[in-house]
Write a protein that binds this ligand. Structure first.
Ligand SMILES: NC(=O)c1ccc[n+]([C@@H]2O[C@H](COP(=O)([O-])OP(=O)(O)OC[C@H]3O[C@@H](n4cnc5c(N)ncnc54)[C@H](O)[C@@H]3O)[C@@H](O)[C@H]2O)c1
Length: 267
């Protein structure tokens, strides 16, 4: 359903080429936002932006590795050049690669922490600086950081990922304190088990490291054993919360992480 709920929102969406980022980019555009789809996957960003424009929405795309300071700064500048300003960030790009601790090489740790913790810090830093430079508006600037159930839990086969998602919680809390004086809120949400390309790969990797016997088993097994609602989720399941956090409905909220996990982590 289209509406103008996000009209006037000029958004940078990282990790927008596929999965939840792409679903949110399309949803926000259908709600009136102008969106920049940014990702290392260049084919993906062009095709998501094209799909949005074909449906009558406003979209541009930008090739971005979130770990690069230069590229993060340039992505923010691109949004400003295209839309006049930036007033919404979805800090969504993320990676995972399971290992059984302590058999976890340093490059696994560096890769996951690099994208999920440093990458989010880096993009948020440049977006926040630009919002500050734009000055106070009569609406609230919004930064949304994507956490996980593993921002509040940890599993033995994904310790660096759990650490990186706890770091996202620190970024939300610290960012809220640092930016409130500039009329910028910083919140986030934590998906549980979501059927995206990330999980398709994770499912294969979990078999490879011996956590599950056969492919396709992990999501159903987690749903049965750990999710109160007894089902895993799809990107569509996060859309309502993401658009709420992007809209003025959440103006009196900052420093919060909302779980969207079917009842998996209850604190
Ligand atoms: N799928 C799940 O079950 C699940 C659960 C909890 C949290 N999450 C989080 O949700 C977010 C989206 O995940 P998804 O499942 O849609 O994953 P996905 O793999 O479908 O999409 C992630 C996107 O991030 C991009 N990306 C990776 N490294 C990047 C980099 N260095 N710079 C820019 N872009 C980069 C990828 O190219 C990809 O398009 C991630 O932060 C992930 O950690 C996912």
């Amino acid at each position: 359903m289209s509406s103008d709920r996000l009209a006037g929102r000029k958004a940078l969406i990282t990790g927008g080429a596929q999965g939840m980022g792409a679903a949110i980019a399309k949803d926000w555009a259908s709600l009136g936002a102008e969106v920049c789809v940014a990702d290392i996957n260049q084919e993906g960003i062009a095709s998501v932006a094209e799909e949005i424009r074909a449906a009558g929405g406003s979209a541009t795309h930008f090739s971005l590795d979130v770990t690069s300071e230069e590229q993060a700064k340039a992505a923010v500048a691109h949004v400003v050049a295209e839309f006049g300003e930036i007033n919404l960030l979805l800090n969504n790009a993320g990676v995972n690669k399971p290992t059984i601790f302590p058999n976890t090489p340093k490059d696994n740790y560096d890769f996951i922490m690099g994208v999920n913790a440093w990458g989010k810090f880096n993009v948020m830093k440049w977006a926040a600086q630009q919002m500050i430079d734009q000055g106070t508006r009569d609406y609230v600037y919004k930064i949304i950081n994507v956490g996980s159930i593993l921002s509040r839990e940890a599993f033995l086969d994904v310790i660096p990922y759990s650490m990186s998602k706890h770091a996202v919680l620190g970024l939300i809390k610290g960012g809220a304190k640092a930016l409130v004086g500039h009329n910028i809120t910083v919140n986030g949400y934590g998906p549980g088990v979501v059927r995206t390309e990330l999980w398709e790969q994770l499912d294969k990797d979990l078999v490879e490291i011996g956590m599950f016997e056969k492919e396709g088993e992990s999501m159903d097994s987690l749903a049965e054993d750990m999710i109160l609602m007894k089902r895993y989720s799809y990107p569509e399941d996060v859309l309502g919360t993401a658009s709420f956090l992007a809209s003025s409905d959440s103006d009196y909220m900052t420093g919060q992480l909302i779980m969207i996990d079917g009842g998996m982590v209850l604190h």
